[in-house]
Design a protein around this ligand. Structure first.
Ligand code: FES
Length: 55
């Protein structure tokens, strides 16, 4: 079931509705239109999906 989340990305806040299990990668690409991070190997080996996060 989707839930509302407020994320601050690159200094801008945005509230989105997403399934809690949805990967951050897809939220960044689809909701924030940030296409730099990509799905590569899917095995945590290539780094294509890597982003810097802090809380
Ligand atoms: S897709 Fe994430 S490390 Fe390769």
């Amino acid at each position: 079931m989707p839930q509302d989340f407020t994320l601050r990305v690159n200094g801008k806040s945005k509230t989105i509705s997403a399934d809690p299990e949805e990967p951050l990668l897809y939220i960044l690409r689809d909701e924030f239109n940030l296409k730099g991070a990509k799905y590569g190997c899917g095995l945590q080996q290539c780094g294509a999906c890597m982003v810097i996060a802090d809380s």
